[in-house]
Each structure stands twice: as structure tokens, then as C-alpha cells.
Design a protein around this ligand. Structure first.
Ligand code: UP6
Length: 263
């Protein structure tokens, strides 16, 4: 499936969020997700408006905004319409089904109302999927499981990663893929693989993060989406944010074109 185009692969999914993401990637010629990990609403919205034309997906950590107000969600949704991107709340749920269903639907953030995609750790077992899908499936949302992490010393390897894949295979309607460092899935199943730990100018951050290039991620490891945070918004000016977004979009897309043209 990783040799098919993103547009063709939309047919491999029944989940509406997965289909829309793949169609958006094809249409915008972008496999770039920008992770907007800033603490002020003003910066958050301005970065999103700047990178919007270059991305298929915006990844949020909504709980790090110091001045969160529900009206921000209206503005985020407007930007998503304006620039045609999906929204991925990187919530990394990790509790029992009943609790994650509440965390997903309620609280101040009401994630299920606006995030097309969210993610969860597999550590609690399949009940976490049951809980999240009770909220998200009727809304047409999609879930990613964390099968691997980008960080040094990650415990999500080997048998844990394999068991995570089995959990996804058993919940194909709602689980659309993984956050992982390499292609996941057997020969019959198509799963999306979204990959953080991507940077062109840095190898790490001194807190365990490890960076690989878009080419390593998309071509060598056959992942689908590069997730880039500080590599894009780490500069100062709006002009550099824009230029970096374009640079990562080009790098990700040319690696994808190379991949699908492999003999
Ligand atoms: N993230 C990782 N590695 C993982 C899973 N998630 O870095 O295995 C998330 C982080 C951050 C983003 O929570 O939001 O991806 C990476 O940001 P960066 O590009 O600035 O390092």
C-alpha cells in the first residue's frame, strides 16, 4: 500500500477522517503536519495561518495554551476551512475506557467536537479504544495508536509495538493508523503512519528527542506524514516560519514522489 498514491489509498479506508486526510494530502500535495506547541493563543493562531497553505494537518497540544478560551476553537475551525487542513489533537490518552471517554468529550477542551484525529497509548489494552470510539466513531473521528516513540530509550518497541498493531487490526473502523517511526501493518491492511521527530537542521534537543530527515522518514521508513514542530516555528519572523513550512513540504513531497515511483 505504501507504493500506492495517497489519493488511491483513500479507498482503502472506511473511516471518514482517514479518507479526508488522504484526499487532502493528494489535493494539496502535502504530507506535512505542523505541530504548534506554543503557549499563547495569539502565536498559535498566527503560526497556523502562516503554515496553513503548506500542510495537510495541524497537530495541537491544546492543554499547553495558557490563555485558552473556547472561542479559540471557532477560530481554529475557521482556519481549517480557509486552508483545508485537518486537526489532530495529540492528547496521548492513556487511561481506562470510561475515563478517556470523559477526557475526550468533556472538560474545557471538548476535543471530540473539533479534532478530526486524536491518539492514544496502547498500554491500558483494548478498553481504551472501546472508550474513545464510543465518543468518536459516531462523529466520524479517527484514532491513532502510539506504536513507537521518537525518543531515546523509548519502551514502546518489540512485543509492545506488535501488540499495538494487533489492537489496531481488531478495531479497523476507528483506528486509522499509528504514531510510529516506520511503516506498520501487514500486507492486507492499510494503516496511516504519522511520524514525529523530524528535523533538517538538528539531531536532537537535549531532552531525549531524536530527529531524522523527511527523506529518511518517507522514503527509507515508508511513513506517510512528517510531523514537524520546532524545525518550523523555532525561528523568529513570520517569513522564516513560512519559508520553513515550504521547505519541509517540498522535502516530504519529493521523497513521497520518489517512493511511489520505485520499480
Ligand atoms: N511527539 C514526539 N515524539 C513522539 C510522539 N509525539 O516528538 O514519539 C510529539 C511531541 C511534539 C512533537 O509531543 O508535540 O511531536 C515534536 O515536536 P518537535 O518537532 O518540536 O520536536
Amino acid at each position: 500500500s505504501h507504493l500506492q498514491s495517497y489519493g488511491q489509498r483513500a479507498q482503502n479506508f472506511t473511516n471518514p477522517a482517514a479518507k479526508l486526510l488522504l484526499e487532502t494530502m493528494e489535493r494539496k500535495k502535502s504530507n506535512l503536519a505542523v505541530s504548534v506547541d506554543v503557549t499563547k493563543t495569539k502565536d498559535f493562531l498566527s503560526i497556523i495561518d502562516t503554515v496553513g497553505p503548506f500542510v495537510c494537518l495541524i497537530k495541537t497540544h491544546i492543554d499547553i495554551l495558557e490563555d485558552f478560551d473556547p472561542s479559540l476553537i471557532t477560530q481554529l475551525k475557521e482556519l481549517s476551512q480557509k486552508h483545508n487542513f485537518l486537526i489532530f489533537e495529540d492528547r496521548k490518552f492513556a487511561d481506562i475506557g470510561n475515563t478517556v471517554a470523559l477526557q475526550y468529550s468533556r472538560g474545557v477542551h471538548r476535543i471530540a467536537d473539533w479534532a478530526h484525529i486524536t491518539n492514544a497509548h496502547a498500554v491500558p489494552g483494548p478498553g481504551i479504544i472501546t472508550g474513545l470510539s464510543s465518543v468518536g466513531l459516531p462523529l466520524g473521528r479517527g484514532l491513532l495508536l502510539l506504536a513507537e516513540m521518537s525518543t531515546k530509550g523509548s519502551l514502546a518497541t518489540g512485543a509492545y509495538t506488535d501488540a499495538t498493531l494487533r489492537m489496531a487490526e481488531n478495531n479497523r473502523d476507528f483506528v486509522v493508523g499509528f504514531v510510529a517511526q516506520q511503516r506498520m501493518g501487514g500486507h492486507h491492511e492499510d494503516f496511516l503512519v504519522l511520524t514525529p521527530g523530524v528535523g533538517l537542521d538538528s539531531k536532537g534537543d537535549g531532552m531525549g528527542q531524536q530527529y531524522r530527515t523527511p527523506r529518511e522518514v518517507i522514503l527509507d521508513s515508508a511513513c506517510d506524514v512528517i510531523i514537524v514542530g520546532r524545525g518550523i516555528y523555532g525561528g523568529d519572523t513570520a517569513e522564516s516560519v513560512r519559508a520553513q513550512a515550504q521547505r519541509y513540504q517540498d522535502a516530504g513531497w519529493s521523497s513521497y514522489l520518489e517512493r511511489i515511483s520505485l520499480p
